[in-house]
Design a protein around this ligand. Sequence first.
Ligand SMILES: C[S@@+](CC[C@H](N)C(=O)[O-])C[C@H]1O[C@@H](n2cnc3c(N)ncnc32)[C@H](O)[C@@H]1O
Length: 207
Amino acid sequence: MDVQSAYTAWAATYDSMENPTRDLDGVATREMLGERRYGEILELGCGTGKNTVYLAEIGERVQALDFTEAMMARAREKVSAANVTFAAADITQAWPCADGAFDLVVTNLVLEHIEDLGHIFAEAARCLKPGGWLFISELHPFRQYGGLQANFEFGEETVTIPAFVHAISDFLDAGREHGFALLRLAEWWHQPDRNKAPLVVSFLFEK
Ligand SMILES: C[S@@+](CC[C@H](N)C(=O)[O-])C[C@H]1O[C@@H](n2cnc3c(N)ncnc32)[C@H](O)[C@@H]1O
């Protein structure tokens, strides 16, 4: 299954099935962004809106993008805030955003499905205001090295979604090459797993 077909199939159970990565990413996002208020927020790959709900609280306005309509349909049901707009877009193409329009670009658990990190950083640099922030939270590559990959049960089948491994240094290099300064890198564990490889990694960059 390709990425879009897989998320179309997963949409109905994405929120309800057990998913420690999804849950830890939600905690990481709230801890990393929690101290401030933001103006214009762009969310890439909003999915079923797990983080969109929170972004609507901390931002003046949120533009949420995703290329899987079935995932965004769930988000539309969940997020009733008037300051959120959803739109279909493939983030591997040019983003439907004006230059310098956003204060914060956020993406969670999406970039493992994107081969070209350089395109994401280039578009983020274009769409952010000077001094704007880029927040990225992903399945930690150490877990990918161990074989973990986004997957779900679909009928009798376990569907594994196509993914790319991006090393920590790939994110840091892409940030530097596109004019970003790293403000914070954080790694996250569920407490019982504190001595294992971290499950989630988050980056906060400033343009
Ligand atoms: C694991 S879900 C994450 C959803 C949400 N950000 C969260 O943290 O729960 C990945 C999402 O990325 C979206 N996605 C993957 N590749 C994409 C692309 N090229 N353009 C837009 N959305 C994409 C999928 O449709 C899916 O909704």
